[in-house]
Design a protein around this ligand. Structure first.
Ligand SMILES: *Cc1c(COP(=O)(O)O)cnc(C)c1O
Length: 394
C-alpha cells in the first residue's frame, strides 16, 4: 500500500518538475567555433598535425605558467600520463598503496605496470586516502603511495610526504580533478614526486581528450618526454621502452582556447556551488562538502551524501527519481575499485579494511554542475530533492 502511494506521489513530482531536455552531470565549456576554425585553418595550412607542433609548444608553456608550475609535459590523455608517471619513477613491480574511492584508471595503471594495488581506507571528511591508515599497509615490497585529490579536495599532502620520507617511498598524485587547486599560494601539483592531470571532456578544464604530468626536475621532465615518444632520443638512438603518449595539435589548440575561459568557468561553478549549499542546508539527510580553510577550490564537482534514514530515500532511490525527472547524476565513486572482479581477491579489498570508503561509495551522489547551468536549474533541482524528502518521510 505504502509502496503504491509512494509511486503515485513520485509520479506527481516527476509530472510537476521533469526537465524537457536532460540535465547532464557536466558539460564542456565550449570555446567559440569561429576562433577554433582559425586554429584549424593554421593547422591545415602548415600540415603539422602532431609531434610537438607549434600549438603543442604554446599550450605547454601557457598551461605551465597558468598553473604556476615549472616542469609540465602534455599527454594524449590522463591515463597514459599516469602510466608513464610510474615508468618515469621506475616503479614497475611490488606494491603501491592507494585509494579505492576513485575512477578506474587510478588503479588500472598500477596493474598495467605489474604493481599490486594495496587499498587503503579514506578520510570520511575529504574522501581522500587517510594518512593514518597508510603505515599499517607498508611492507618490504611497498614502492609508492598513489593518492587522488578527489573532487579537487587536496589529500593531506604534508602527512603523506612525512610517511613517504620515513619509509623511502615515492608519492604520486592523480590530480585529474584538481585543475587550479592551491594550498595557500602553492599549486597542489607541486606536492609529491609527480602529479598527473586529465583534460578529458568531462573535466573542469578540457582539451577534448588530454592530460599532463607535472614533475620536480628538468631531468625528470626530459625522461618523461622520451617515455611518451617511444623512448626516441634522436634519429638513431632509442634509449628505452617508451610508449606513444603525445597530444596532437587539435587538442592543443582546443586547450589554448579553454585556457581563456577556465577562470570564469570556475567562478560560475563557485556561485552555483554556493547556491546549492544554501538551498540544501535545511534538507535532512543531505550532507554537502564545505570549503577547506587555506585551500583555493575549483568547484569541479558537487557531491552530496545521502543518509537513507534521515532523508527518507536511499542514494539509489534519489538517483533513480532524479533520472525520471531527466536529471543525470553520477555515483562517483561507486563501486569502489577494490570491488571490481579484477581486484576483489586482494587481501586489502576486504570491506572490513575499507569502512569509510564503503560508506562513502554507498551514500555519495554527484549533482549536475557546469558553468552554463543557471540558478533556476539549481533551484528546480533542489526543489525536487526537497519534495522527494517530504515524500520519503510521509
Ligand atoms: C578522468 C580521470 C582519469 C582518467 O583520465 P583520462 O584523461 O580520461 O584518461 C584518471 N583519474 C581520475 C580520478 C579521473 O577522474
Amino acid at each position: 500500500m505504502k509502496k503504491a502511494l509512494t509511486q503515485k506521489f513520485c509520479q506527481n513530482i516527476v509530472g510537476q518538475f521533469r526537465f524537457d531536455e536532460p540535465v547532464y552531470v557536466t558539460r564542456p565549456n565550449m570555446p567559440s567555433l569561429e576562433k577554433y576554425n582559425k586554429y584549424l585553418e593554421n593547422i591545415w595550412n602548415s600540415a603539422w598535425l602532431t609531434n610537438n607542433g607549434p600549438y603543442h609548444r604554446e599550450f605547454e608553456a601557457k598551461l605551465a605558467a597558468f598553473l604556476g608550475v615549472e616542469h609540465l609535459n602534455l599527454f594524449v590523455n590522463g591515463t597514459i600520463a599516469l602510466l608513464v608517471a610510474l615508468q618515469a619513477l621506475r616503479i614497475n613491480s611490488g606494491e603501491v598503496i592507494t585509494t579505492p574511492f576513485t575512477f578506474p584508471a587510478s588503479t588500472h595503471v598500477l596493474h598495467w605496470n605489474r604493481i599490486q594495488p594495496v587499498f587503503c581506507d579514506i578520510d570520511p571528511k575529504t574522501y581522500n586516502i587517510d594518512p593514518n591508515q597508510i603505515e599499517k599497509h607498508i611492507t618490504p615490497d611497498t614502492k609508492a603511495i598513489l593518492g587522488v585529490h578527489v573532487y579537487g579536495n587536496p589529500c593531506d599532502v604534508e602527512a603523506i610526504q612525512k610517511i613517504a620520507d620515513r619509509h623511502g617511498l615515492h608519492v604520486i598524485y592523480d590530480a585529474a580533478h584538481a585543475f587550479g587547486v592551491k594550498i595557500g599560494d602553492r599549486s597542489i601539483l607541486e606536492y609529491g614526486d609527480i602529479s598527473a592531470m586529465s583534460f578529458h571532456a568531462t573535466k573542469l578544464f578540457t582539451s577534448i581528450e588530454g592530460g599532463a604530468l607535472i614533475s620536480k626536475t628538468k631531468a625528470q621532465a626530459e625522461r618523461i618526454y622520451f617515455l611518451k615518444n617511444f623512448g626516441i632520443a634522436d634519429e638513431e638512438i632509442v634509449i628505452g621502452p617508451g610508449i606513444n603518449g603525445k597530444m596532437n595539435e587539435f587538442q592543443a589548440a582546443f586547450g589554448l582556447l579553454e585556457l581563456e575561459l577556465v577562470e570564469q568557468e570556475i567562478l560560475n561553478r563557485k556561485a552555483l556551488t554556493q547556491l546549492y549549499r544554501s538551498l540544501l542546508a535545511d534538507v535532512p539527510g543531505i550532507t554537502v562538502m564545505e570549503d577547506i580553510p587555506n585551500v583555493t577550490h575549483n568547484y569541479s564537482y558537487f557531491p552530496i551524501l545521502v543518509d537513507p534514514q534521515e532523508f527518507g530515500f536511499s542514494r539509489d532511490g534519489l538517483h533513480s527519481i532524479l533520472r525520471d525527472c531527466n536529471i543525470v547524476t553520477r555515483k562517483y565513486f561507486y563501486p569502489l575499485c577494490s570491488s571490481y572482479s579484477c581486484y576483489s581477491a586482494y587481501p586489502s579489498s576486504d570491506l572490513k579494511n575499507l569502512p569509510c570508503a564503503n560508506r562513502a561509495a554507498n551514500k555519495v551522489l554527484c549533482l549536475p554542475i557546469y558553468g552554463k547551468l543557471n540558478t533556476e536549474n539549481i533551484e528546480r533541482i533542489t526543489d525536487i530533492i526537497r519534495s522527494i524528502h517530504r515524500l520519503g518521510r510521509s
